[in-house]
Ligand binder design. Sequence first.
Ligand code: NAD
Length: 270
Amino acid sequence: MLPLMHNKRGLVMGVANQNSIAWGIARTLHAHGAEMAFTYQGEALGKRVKPLAESIGSKLVIPCDVEDIASVDATFAALDEAWGGDPERNTLDFLIHAIGFSDKNELKGLYADTSRENFSRTMVISCFSFTEAAKRAAERMPKGGSMITLTYGGSTRVMPNYNVMGVAKAALEASMRYLAADYGPRGIRVNALSPGPVRTLAGAGISDARAMYSWQRANSPLRKSVTLDDIGGAALYYLSDLSGGVTGDIHHVDAGYNITSMPVLDGLRA
Ligand code: NAD
């Protein structure tokens, strides 16, 4: 049997280092035969991303800052040059968008104190960048394809300190559904993964992140923190043909935390 990602190539946006969720996903996809290009934000992160990409045989590692649309266009132009021009194949079969940013000074205290500047910047980087990348990716998927973005449960329920990121994730989830409707007729599927807290660079920007990890571990049905492999497995399903009938979905990889209401009171008896 051929590997699940045989003959599929994709763009991975959002690896910062070996702890990144996007890297966990890329690792899994590579094990199942995918070919990938990577973007990195700035040369400091490039130093970390390039060796990771090389370790799985990827030669396409492209600088991209999603705040600069010219840089997004240059990324897709680089893909055209490397992978385009074959009428028998898509230039791109899948897209992974794992990008989020907000000023960490506003990932604490009251949501009500969010500034106009940071609200706009958070929305552009964490939400609209998916729409812009998806549009460009879809143009390169004439034979259909699959895209995922990364969201978090703070989109629908209030998490302390998540603040404007929660609002951006709600908008990202809505964008994902609209994109799924836009591109469904063209055989392109668009979904979101919603992992529980993972110790990453972005995650560390949220005030009291460590308390959040411990809380979710203690109160999720599986009593564990999710791993990069857990998220990679779910991504493999969404980006391979296994999920051929699924689009517009938000898939929780959170050890079941989203179904809970009352905190676990181990040992408490009425
Ligand atoms: P990470 O820090 O490893 O990745 C975030 C990435 O966003 C980095 O690679 C960074 O370079 C990129 N980025 C930020 N601003 C950018 C810009 N202007 N242009 C291009 N790239 C930019 O952290 P992560 O936790 O792996 O985050 C990946 C995604 O997963 C994010 O959308 C995040 O919100 C989401 N997520 C994270 C968690 C968690 O607990 N860590 C949980 C659920 C969802």
